[in-house]
Design a binder for this molecule. Structure first.
Ligand SMILES: [Zn+2]
Length: 164
């Protein structure tokens, strides 16, 4: 998949022109994710589409697919986390009234129109929103808990041995 381009768009022109961009974004380029991910290997597949509806409301639809590596907060092991994000964003220009988000029932987020909208920042925002605060495997043991079991009683130690 070719790299996503351009990564900076004029949101007004993008929406009016009903434009679509799609391509790969290397995780390395999403610097804010480096704090939460185990590594920045690999790419995300990104698609961004813009249009104006019959009420002249501007919309962006952002799709992000891929897989990232998180650190399990219990065993500190690697945890693959699949991403499948479809996000609807209402783009509000400087002359338009900001919609009351409490009243919106379509689940859309609202962003300000920008001449130089950073698409990668948008992708980062959406990915950070869906990542768990403390990721844990469904089944795993903390290294500390295992040590305790080993030392607690011969019976427990046997149970641990049998598992291997
Ligand atoms: Zn774990």
């Amino acid at each position: 998949m070719p790299e996503l381009a351009p990564i900076v768009i004029n949101s007004h022109e993008f929406v009016r022109g009903r434009r679509v961009i799609e391509g790969a974004v290397a995780l390395l380029r999403l610097s804010r994710l480096s704090d939460v991910l185990l590594d920045l290997d690999g790419n995300l597949a990104v698609r961004l589409e813009g249009w104006q509806d019959a009420d002249r409301i501007s919309w962006l639809r952002l799709e992000v697919y891929g897989q990232v590596a998180l650190c399990c907060q219990r065993c500190l092991g690697r945890m693959e986390w699949p991403l499948s994000i479809v996000s609807l964003l209402q783009v509000v220009g400087p002359d338009e009234t900001w919609p009351d988000e409490d009243l919106a029932d379509d689940g859309a987020d609202v962003i300000a129109a920008e001449n130089e909208l950073d698409v990668l920042a948008l992708v980062e925002d959406e990915v950070l929103l869906v990542l768990p605060i403390a990721a844990r495997h469904q089944q795993c043991e903390s290294p500390l808990a295992t040590e305790k079991v080993d030392g607690s009683s011969p019976f427990m130690a046997l149970a641990v041995l049998r598992k291997h």
